[in-house]
Design a binder for this molecule. Structure first.
Ligand SMILES: NC(=O)c1ccc[n+]([C@@H]2O[C@H](COP(=O)([O-])OP(=O)(O)OC[C@H]3O[C@@H](n4cnc5c(N)ncnc54)[C@H](O)[C@@H]3O)[C@@H](O)[C@H]2O)c1
Length: 260
């Protein structure tokens, strides 16, 4: 049987580490040529080297998702390298917890800019090409915080709910061109992002980091964390022909944490 994503070109934003790195490796493992983009150029280089070392064709571009110019230059570089763009995974994101009354305008703006505007900017950078090709798959990483509110995360939740609304709307806009648009809502993945959250929880509750982690896991019905490769498996499925009739959906990959 042919690999699921043979000859497909897949861009993963923010894939210098964390979930994005896992998504890129999963897509590459299913046969895609992978484009690593991240605001941090050092991370881009080391991920590309790693993927090459495991036999995956990878190309790296430094890219800030908040910038239209950076997105356009990134898409142009990918087309120059591979001639096409079949899959975009909008993964780059930031997080944080702060009560609304203490939140600065800068904290709010940064969250919306990276997590929501970044999805819009990067999707727009590839949408014309996908329309012209007559196929494509755009997958954006939302969150369980895009399904229900979380305390002290008004900015993060607003951005992640926004990603789902954006995806549904764009799915309708691009359906006639056979471009599918979906979202994935990860649960709890212990990346650098969660290390910061655990430090905050441990300080707020006066418990150790590992106690904070144990308490966090106890709230997941399957009683285990999600791994970057779990999110990668979902992305590979949504990108592949197996999902050819799936568009405008948001898929929870969260051990049963959210059920709608
Ligand atoms: N970790 C979790 O439990 C979890 C849960 C739900 C959703 N998510 C979402 O998954 C995505 C990845 O999260 P993660 O846990 O891997 O985080 P992470 O902090 O480990 O990685 C995020 C990556 O995005 C990059 N990045 C940040 N700003 C950028 C910008 N402006 N342009 C380009 N790249 C930028 C960073 O350099 C980093 O490599 C995010 O959208 C996050 O909101 C994470």
């Amino acid at each position: 049987m042919e690999p699921l994503l043979k000859d497909q070109v897949a861009i993963v934003t923010g894939s210098g580490g964390g979930i994005g790195a896992g998504i890129a490796e999963a897509l590459g493992g299913f046969g895609a040529k992978v484009v690593i983009t991240d605001i941090d150029e050092t991370k881009v280089k080391s991920r590309v080297d790693h993927l090459a070392s495991v036999g995956i064709t990878a190309f790296g571009v430094q890219h800030d998702v908040t910038s239209s110019e950076s997105g356009a230059a990134m898409a142009e570089a990918v087309v120059a390298e591979f001639g096409q763009i079949d899959v975009l995974v909008n993964n780059a994101g930031i997080s944080g917890r702060v009560p609304l009354i203490e939140m600065t305008d800068q904290e709010w703006d940064a969250m919306i800019n990276v997590n929501l505007t970044g999805v819009q900017r990067t999707s727009r950078a590839v949408a014309s090409l996908m329309k012209a090709q007559g196929h494509g798959s755009i997958i954006s990483i939302s969150s369980v915080a895009g399904r229900s509110g979380k305390k002290n995360m008004t900015h993060y939740c607003a951005s992640k709910f926004g990603v789902i609304g954006f995806s549904q709307s764009l799915a309708l806009e691009l359906a006639a061109d056979n471009v599918r648009v979906n979202a994935i809502c990860p649960g709890i993945v212990r990346t650098q992002m969660w290390e910061v959250e655990l430090a905050e929880i441990s300080e707020a509750k006066n418990i150790t980091i590992e106690e904070a982690w144990t308490q966090t896991l106890a709230g997941i019905p399957l009683l285990r964390p999600q791994l970057p490769e779990d999110i990668g498996a979902a992305a590979a499925f949504l990108a592949s022909p197996l999902a050819k009739n799936i568009t405008g959906q948001a898929l929870n990959v969260d051990g049963g944490f959210e059920m709608s």
